[in-house]
Design a protein around this ligand. Structure first.
Ligand SMILES: *Cc1c(COP(=O)(O)O)cnc(C)c1O
Length: 376
């Protein structure tokens, strides 16, 4: 049998090591050097955000957002349960309570029509997660937030290079968070960025990221002392990570094009299976331009999914599923609550299966499709 097709394989552009060598030669290895500045400028120019700040991870960016939003113990944060743990944990660390609402059955994004009923006097933040790089219904969410004076923080971990009505994901709420984890589209191993869209948070964001000091202002010559001015932590990555990331950002358009091509090929190849009622393909609402972060399918049941995974594995194709809904996870039961029925979250999370999607899959995509047809 031919070699197993992995579920993910991080793409290297070829210039990563060259830029890391340059960072080394520059002799500046801590954060906010030349490569970090290039990445910041690229993010600001490409997304239109007021201030982009590289972080160690999307998790770190969400933790910064929680601090900037001044989330306090007992405050409530409305989010989907169908998401990665960091969406909740960044706020639980501040003593806040995640309040989950169900997802839409079409996009698997938070159901915007169920948000308003979950708002209480303790609600502080709405946290939409753009699943698979396909936008949440942001116009409705921003309208609810402005009427109730809530802060919107977008978990756009999967959303770089995607847009909603022409605007980059992560730039529509007050703040947004990207991930450059090796499983995402643009990678640096571990890595992330906070997008500060509301200028009111920009200065404090720099301070919180630099251990609660005014170091950034000091280096710009805006203050004459470098000192402790606020709470904070160390959220900035070193230059080696930024150098790696810069090589990826330079190729972001090409990477996205190649991923979209693979996504489109899956979508066309699986149309007959959908027509035959054997699976459901992803749905892209009008106004959403996606980044082909993920190709998933929805099968009939949990039992069938298990059989399909095993069958495809025997044929040398790795497939995976996620997430265990947070409201039913051990920590979720202790630290959060669900508002209303979690019917779609429970049902769809049991039926979802992700197919391999990575730059370089071009030659093996047909084998994945054949294996899936066999398995079904
Ligand atoms: C990947 C991911 C995260 C976490 O990103 P890290 O960079 O690994 O911290 C958070 N939320 C969602 C929706 C993700 O997909």
């Amino acid at each position: 049998m031919s070699t197993t097709i992995p579920f993910n394989k991080p793409f290297m552009t070829g210039r990563e090591l060259w830029y890391i060598a340059q960072a080394h030669t520059n002799g500046h290895l801590s954060g906010d050097g030349q490569f970090t500045k290039k990445c910041h400028a690229w993010l600001e120019q490409r997304t239109g955000t007021k201030r982009a700040l590289l972080t160690h991870s999307c998790t770190a960016a969400l933790e910064m957002a929680a601090l900037l939003a001044e989330v306090q113990a007992g405050d409530e944060v409305i989010m989907p349960s169908y998401t990665f743990v960091s969406t909740a944990n960044a706020f639980v660390m501040r003593g806040a309570i995640p309040v989950f609402v169900d997802i839409r059955p079409d996009t698997l994004n938070i159901d915007e029509s169920k948000i308003e009923a979950a708002i209480t006097p303790r609600t502080k933040v709405i946290l939409p997660v753009h699943y698979a790089g396909v936008a949440c219904e942001m116009d409705t969410i921003m309208d609810i937030a402005s009427r109730h004076k809530l802060i919107v923080i977008e978990d756009a971990a999967q959303g770089i290079m995607s847009t909603y009505k022409g605007r980059a994901l992560g730039t529509i709420g007050h703040m947004g968070a990207y991930s450059f984890h090796e499983t995402k589209n643009i990678v640096s191993g571990e890595g992330g960025a906070l997008l500060v869209n509301d200028a009111a948070f920009a200065e404090r964001a720099e301070i919180i990221r630099e251990k609660g000091t005014n170091r950034s202002q000091f280096f710009r010559g805006q203050v004459d002392k470098y000192t402790w001015v606020d709470v904070g932590s160390s959220y900035l990555p070193g230059e080696v990570i930024a150098a790696f990331l810069w090589a990826q950002m330079e190729e972001a358009d090409a990477i996205t094009r190649r991923r979209l091509d693979l996504w489109d090929r899956y979508h066309a190849a699986l149309a007959p299976l959908e027509a035959a009622g054997k699976l459901r393909r992803p749905v892209l609402p009008d106004g959403c331009v996606h980044n082909a972060h993920m190709y998933y399918i929805l099968l009939d049941s949990l039992e069938q999914r298990g059989k399909v995974i095993d069958n495809m594995k025997r044929q040398g194709v790795s497939t995976v599923f996620h997430y265990v809904p947070l409201h039913s996870a051990p920590a979720g039961l202790r630290l959060s609550r669900a508002h209303g029925s979690m019917r779609h979250t429970d049902e769809l999370s049991a039926r979802l299966l992700r197919l391999p999607l990575w730059v370089g899959l071009e030659d093996s995509l047909a084998r994945v499709v054949t294996a899936l047809n066999e398995a079904l």
